[in-house]
Ligand binder design. Structure first.
Ligand code: AMP
Length: 384
């Protein structure tokens, strides 16, 4: 196989390929188009959020290698908006065009056991974990790690999907039955004080940058609000940022990396999860930073200089889930728009379902608390 062509620099006017067409892809596409790039997006869904704003929408399953090759042939570089793309598709694309992040990075982060093992082997702090293939494994692991603990599927888990909290020995057999033939990972429960994340970027030339730490609150395992910057001691924030950059370098990622952390009482940080892409907790960077996470993804995968990550003002983001939608029609958006200093972002999704991320709100203020109060007040205004 011929070497994939050298990727850098790819200049405005070129076409960028995107595997995945959800809201992250939509915001990437909008940023790319602002910079004068064209975007071709591949997604299995019809009228997907990224496809609505892209130059070309290819509707195909992620395991459709021929469609992925057609996407690659029409563009100068390919990137992804989510990590669970099948290995054969990634290999086919990487054989034709530069692809960032690389298939090897996606391979590591697609699987919780591989990801946690990678982190532990490189000396990054993670909660103790065990591989689970049977009830016997689970019983032994629960005895070693103690309860409570969290059983997760090793693959295809996000937003708490495929997760079960085990609090008593009686929970083990039903949890193992629910896992079925899937490989699992048991994690020791982390009594965290708060959850935070750090988003960073790396270019092929080794240039890197990092945003301030984001403070995240979840509801039903789904991100609910982010406060930017996190209300944590400066020394802890500096450590989290440094660790994120070290992980990005160890992974050799080109593009974006999000590192989710648990902060324990006393200041200890544990890495929870990695995502080699922009992240829901970074949406406030669109309105609050000199360079958004999406513009940075464009710059990084194109081998262009990275933009300034400075935060212009404290900010907060609140997700808008499908639960807020009426049975028919759209929510009364004018009630949000009446909050004149709150920015409304909608993803163009045609069907609202409970728990589905449909959009988000961002506000800037003099303090993170005031910004949070603004987005929450605006979101409350949607409810009767
Ligand atoms: P994940 O999909 O692994 O990011 O987990 C979703 C959410 O579940 C996290 O953001 C935490 O709020 C919670 N969670 C996951 N793993 C643990 C753990 N080992 N200890 C405590 N809470 C957890």
């Amino acid at each position: 196989m011929a070497d994939a062509p050298k990727s850098t620099p790819i200049r405005p006017g070129a076409a960028l390929g995107l595997l995945g067409g959800g809201q992250l892809g939509r915001m990437f596409t909008l940023a790319a188009r602002n910079l004068g790039f064209r975007v071709h997006a591949l997604d299995p869904g019809h009228d997907c959020p990224a496809g609505q704003v892209a130059d070309l929408e290819i509707r195909a399953a992620y395991n459709d290698v021929y469609a992925a090759k057609a996407l690659a042939r029409g563009v100068d570089v390919v990137t992804v908006e989510f990590e669970n793309i099948p290995a054969e598709t990634l290999a086919a694309v990487a054989g034709l065009r530069p692809m960032h992040p690389a298939a090897s990075v996606l391979h590591t982060v697609q699987h919780r056991l591989r990801e946690k093992s990678f982190l532990a082997e490189h000396g990054f702090p993670v909660t103790p974990f065990r591989s689970i293939d049977s009830l016997t494994d689970l019983q032994a692991a629960a005895a070693e790690l103690g309860l409570p603990a969290v059983l997760k599927t090793a693959s295809f888990g996000y937003d708490g999907k495929g997760q079960q909290k085990l609090t008593s020995p009686a929970d083990l057999a039903p949890a193992s039955a629910a896992l079925g033939a899937q490989q699992g990972i048991l994690e020791a429960w982390v009594p965290f004080e708060l959850e935070c994340s750090v988003i960073c970027a790396r270019s092929e030339a080794g240039e890197s940058c990092v945003w301030p730490v984001a403070e995240n609150a979840h509801r039903n395992h789904i991100l609910d609000t982010t406060v930017f910057p996190a209300r944590i001691p400066a020394a802890v924030a500096t450590r989290a940022q440094a660790m994120a950059l070290e992980i990005a370098a160890a992974l050799g990622v080109v593009g974006m990396l999000t590192v989710e952390f648990f902060l324990k009482p006393g200041g200890e940080l544990l890495v929870n999860e990695l995502a080699p892409r922009p992240h829901n907790s970074g949406h406030a960077t669109i309105d609050a930073c000199v360079t958004s996470q999406f513009e940075q993804q464009v710059r990084a995968v194109c081998g262009l200089p990275l933009g300034d990550t400075a935060l212009l003002r404290p900010a907060a983001m609140a997700n808008l889930l499908g639960d807020l939608w009426p049975v028919t029609g759209e929510p009364p958006w004018e009630r949000i728009l009446a909050h004149r200093d709150v920015k409304l972002h909608l993803y163009g999704k045609l069907e609202a379902r409970p728990g589905r991320k449909m959009g988000h709100l961002t506000a800037l203020a003099d303090t993170p608390e005031a910004a949070l109060a603004k987005v929450l007040a605006a979101r409350e205004a949607l409810k009767d």
